[in-house]
Design a protein. Structure first.
Length: 257
């Protein structure tokens, strides 16, 4: 059994930093790894990244993350990544990592992802250059995720994104903004490999559970959705038998309205 802790959308800044730490200090007792589903910061500044490094650095378990749209806001992505990686937090963007545990090798492929919408209600590669660029970004992101997933040699495979690969976990969000919350191409990428679990954030008003068309379990771990410091998923050593469970953890107050 590999125990995966996950949370997204912690949106840290100086006002919030420290609130997750008491729960995080207990992580080594209940999880083998922590996956962060992006939107680590409010506006993606280097100063906010240092808050993330303080909160999620030195936990005693590996920490792997993707960035979210908020982490791009101030165009300081290289600085943000540098601060995080110096704190031992591995940032994935179109690549994967294999972590060795006594229970087996966990492969994590990560990408921020992008919007575009879902089958029948999605943006198409047609018309203005701006629309084509939008869809190209979506496609390239999904292709990178698929290639990363298929390239990992491991016992259990997890996909980590910020944007959602399915509409299921958006339930609760206004239908009008679904195309800005995820894209079906991410789901296709996840289904192109023997993925055991897909984790994402971004949809603060969404819901927890979903499934890709290919049957891969999807979980929205955005902090406003899970309402706790992190959720824990237990994955068995057989891809089909791995039962995903969610263990309740002392809730912490949501740091934003
Ligand atoms: Fe967010
Ligand atoms: Fe987001």
């Amino acid at each position: 059994m590999i125990r995966i802790a996950a949370v997204g959308d912690v949106h840290l800044d100086e006002d919030v930093v420290g609130r997750f730490r008491p729960a995080l200090d207990e992580l080594p007792d209940c999880a083998d790894v922590l996956l962060l589903a992006g939107d680590l910061t409010r506006h993606g500044t280097e100063a906010e990244a240092r808050c993330v490094a303080r909160e999620f650095g030195g936990l005693g378990v590996p920490v792997v993350t993707v960035l979210g749209n908020h982490d791009h806001q101030c165009d300081q992505v290289p600085q943000v990544v540098k601060v995080l990686e110096e704190a031992g937090i591995r940032v994935l963007e179109g690549e994967g990592i294999v972590l060795e545990f006594p229970a087996g090798r966990l492969g994590v492929a990560g990408v921020k992802g992008f919007g575009g919408g879902f089958a029948g209600r999605c943006a198409s590669d047609f018309g203005e250059p701006e629309m084509k660029a939008f869809v190209r970004t979506t496609n390239e992101s999904a292709e990178a995720l698929g290639a990363a997933l298929r390239g990992l040699d491991c016992d259990l495979l997890v996909a980590l994104t910020h944007y959602s690969p399915v509409p299921d976990t958006l339930a609760g969000e206004p239908l009008e903004i679904y195309p800005f919350l995820g894209s079906y191409q991410l789901g296709q990428a996840i289904d192109s490999a023997p993925t055991a679990l897909a984790l994402h954030g971004h949809a603060h008003a969404g819901s927890e559970r979903g499934t890709t068309p290919g049957g891969v379990r999807v979980r929205n771990v955005a902090h406003p959705v899970i309402k706790q410091a992190y959720s824990i998923f237990h994955l068995g050593d057989h891809l089909d038998a791995g039962e995903v469970s969610r263990i309740g953890h002392s809730g912490i107050q949501q740091p934003w309205s």
